[in-house]
Design a protein around this ligand. Structure first.
Ligand SMILES: NC(=O)c1ccc[n+]([C@@H]2O[C@H](COP(=O)([O-])OP(=O)(O)OC[C@H]3O[C@@H](n4cnc5c(N)ncnc54)[C@H](O)[C@@H]3O)[C@@H](O)[C@H]2O)c1
Length: 418
């Protein structure tokens, strides 16, 4: 069986490699020549544990190759980006799905399967993808070819494991399409596969990420409440989570990434009159970078002329992905208000050691809790800094060694530390 995977990013490339590893012949398609050049050498351009090895093996075995445009195949998987556009009210940009559909449609043959893996607004498979494929091929979905949506649930950093071992929701435009998609994923998935219709599968994916976004917003809102009341939200959350039916998520400087900060907008736009809670959650999370900048300004007594060393630029810990990262918003606010901001990210190539960047800084601002930052040595940093101040947005820096080294530590959500 020959599978054509369109879009070789965090989702498409691991899926392509696993299909190839399962013995299928896989062509990976991307519009980015850098991605294709790397693949031709058996290499990858994204950081994901285990991925370089499985890609190298599949390419060396001749099971996986790259191409700049789709080729005829038995099955097509579309794993292209679905970003949002706009500032306050964000709308889905489906241009990549539409381009991929237009490229695949003329190649479709009776009996083929097309699976949309990209996260998309409810109805995209039925109302956007289906007509493009039918018009471009002259075939009828559900009659001549199969069409399904199979959303990805993977966690960056554990993608290969979760692709195999996490339950999948598979939504067909009809039962035959769902069954055909299940048979394809059965080649490498070792978890449950639950069949439904395409629009339900789209909504399920959006519900999952919206659940996290709204619950992070709730934690963030309590962080603000705790600061107002002089309470430590981290302690309060630990205690609340001792209730057997309560599970708070963790506050932070905002929500980023390609999914959780984006997908709730697909729901809000699909049902604007019915989603005040989801929209409010987005607003709370989008307001956190402003709040973090205010925390730093308060701690420093103003930002003008101050130097801040920001640690962590990615959208979350231990990934190299900068998309929609709230750290960027924090840094923009700080710079806009007159601070000089030096940046460091343990997961993104930089080269300059934290100790060098700390020289003369007035504040060390921890934005991302990368495991590598466990190795920070407050005793070594203290004498280099102009002022011994640390602002910790993730409750990450262990208080005892930092205060022993002379640092004042201000924690997001900790009204006692201000
Ligand atoms: N990254 C995640 O953790 C994750 C998890 C679940 C779902 N998703 C969803 O999966 C989809 C893909 O996300 P990603 O993180 O893999 O994106 P990505 O940006 O890492 O990769 C997408 C790739 O598609 C390529 N591309 C763009 N347009 C193309 C086209 N017309 N033809 C061929 N290739 C094209 C890009 O060059 C890029 O290499 C998105 O809808 C995203 O929301 C992502």
């Amino acid at each position: 069986m020959h599978v054509c995977v369109v879009g070789l990013g965090y989702v498409g490339l691991p899926a392509a490699a696993l299909l190839a590893g399962a013995g299928l012949s896989v062509t990976g398609v991307d519009v980015n020549p850098v991605v294709l050049a790397a693949l031709a050498r058996g290499q990858v351009t994204i950081q994901e544990p285990g991925l370089p090895e499985v890609v190298a093996t599949s390419v060396a075995a001749g099971q996986l190759c790259g191409a700049a445009a789709p080729v005829p195949a038995d099955a097509f998987i579309l794993a292209v980006p679905t970003p949002v556009r706009g500032l306050a009210h964000k709308r889905a940009d489906l241009a990549a799905i539409e381009a991929a559909a237009r490229a695949v449609a003329p190649l479709l043959r009776p009996g083929n399967l097309v699976v949309l893996e990209s996260t998309a607004p409810p109805g995209t498979t039925e109302r956007v993808l289906r007509p493009l494929l039918e018009q471009g091929s002259g075939l009828v979905a559900g009659q001549d070819f199969w069409l399904a949506h199979c959303p990805e649930r993977v966690l960056p950093g554990r993608i290969l494991d979760e692709l195999v071992n996490t339950d999948r929701v598979i939504g067909g435009i009809d039962t035959g399409s769902a069954a055909a998609a299940r048979d394809l994923y059965a080649t490498f998935v070792r978890a449950g596969m639950f069949l439904t219709d395409a629009t339900t599968a789209e909504l399920v994916k959006l519900m999952e990420n919206t659940n996290r976004d709204v619950n992070i917003a709730l934690a963030n809102e309590f962080a603000l409440v705790a600061e107002h009341l002089g309470v430590n939200v981290w302690e309060a959350i630990d205690l609340a989570n001792r209730h057997p039916r309560v599970q708070f998520l963790r506050p932070g400087p905002g929500v980023g990434g390609h999914c959780i900060a984006v997908d709730p907008w697909f729901v809000v736009n699909a049902a604007p009159g019915f989603t005040p809670l989801i929209a409010a959650g987005r607003a709370v999370n989008d307001g956190m970078p402003r709040h973090v900048a205010d925390l730093v300004a308060d701690a420093l007594g103003g930002l003008s002329g101050r130097t801040v060393l920001a640690l962590g630029l990615t959208y979350k810990a231990d990934v190299d992905d900068l998309r929609e990262s709230p750290a960027a918003g924090v840094i923009t606010h700080l710079r806009h208000e007159g601070a000089t901001v030096r940046t460091h990210d343990a997961m993104v190539e930089d080269g300059t050691p934290v100790a060098d960047l700390a020289a003369g800084a007035d504040c060390l601002l921890l934005l991302v809790d990368h495991a590598a930052y466990r190795d920070l040595e407050p005793v070594a940093l203290a004498p280099r800094m102009a002022r011994r101040l640390a602002v910790d947005t993730r409750n990450f820096l262990p208080l005892a060694p930092w205060t022993a080294a002379g640092f004042s530590v201000v924690r997001l959500g900790d009204g006692r530390s201000r």
